[in-house]
Design a protein around this ligand. Structure first.
Ligand code: ADP
Ligand code: MG
Length: 220
């Protein structure tokens, strides 16, 4: 069980003369077992925030603490170690190896996290509704199937904190319902779930919703 604290995160991007203030002092706390939705209009900073929280990106100001350990401003090897031990991550850029099939991708992620568990592969494939596609290669999947395979990989090691960027954007209502049930199981096991989402089905089931607007928390 893991607590994540983000303190006053700032992130700026410069393109030519333009400066974008993607995060402007975002603070939040995720307690063990919380199921939290991250909402807000396109461009409000959701994806940037998820990257900073998981140490895939470095904020320009502020810091992230995982169970009292600082994740921010550490060498990449140290961040990678903290990341592997604490997070399952699904960002929009994808987390799949195209030359492996769906089941092989899940097994590979389990090995990376040091938690091999062949028995769970089938269960994970079922949770995301890809029973019939377990042995399809990633390049053979549709957009929606790719997103669901990515989610199964993010869940592979039963991570203390799942961070997913719009995981149900291309998923039918039945599969989404099944995923919401699974997020509830995670909650009762003390595992934390943070999802950037536009889905009201998800925000309704979440313990709380953090609203971002123009790089700031508007409501929590
Ligand atoms: P959201 O996920 O809520 O749609 P993002 O975090 O993707 O928002 O983007 C927040 C703002 O930061 C947007 O204005 C976006 O254009 C900008 N931005 C994000 N990443 C970059 C980047 N790598 N370079 C320049 N601008 C970026
Ligand atoms: Mg985004």
């Amino acid at each position: 069980m893991v607590t994540l604290i983000a303190h006053e995160l700032y992130r700026f991007f410069h393109t030519g003369e333009d400066e974008t203030f993607a995060l402007r002092g975002v603070s939040l706390c995720l307690r063990p077992g919380e199921f939290v939705a991250l909402a807000g209009p396109s461009g409000s900073g959701k994806s940037t925030l998820l990257s900073c929280l998981t140490g895939l990106d470095e904020p320009d100001g502020g810091h992230v603490m995982i169970d009292g350990n600082r994740l921010t401003r550490r060498p990449e090897a140290a961040r990678a170690r903290i990341r592997a031990a604490n997070f399952g991550i699904l960002l929009q850029s994808g987390n799949l190896f195209p030359h492996l099939d769906v089941a092989q991708n899940i097994r590979f992620q389990m090995r990376l996290a040091g938690k091999p568990d062949g028995g769970r592969v089938e269960q994970l494939v079922e949770i995301v509704g890809l029973q019939h596609r377990a042995h399809a290669f990633v390049w053979q999947l549709s957009g929606g199937e790719t997103a669901r395979a990515g989610l199964a990989v993010a869940l592979a090691a039963n991570p203390p904190i799942l961070v997913a960027d719009e995981p149900t954007a291309e998923v039918d209502a039945d599969t989404e319902g099944g995923l919401i049930d699974y997020f509830a199981i995670r909650r009762s096991a003390g595992l934390t779930t943070l999802l950037a989402t536009h889905s009201t089905a998800l925000t309704r089931k979440a313990d709380r919703t953090i609203w971002l607007h123009d790089g700031k928390v508007e409501d929590d």
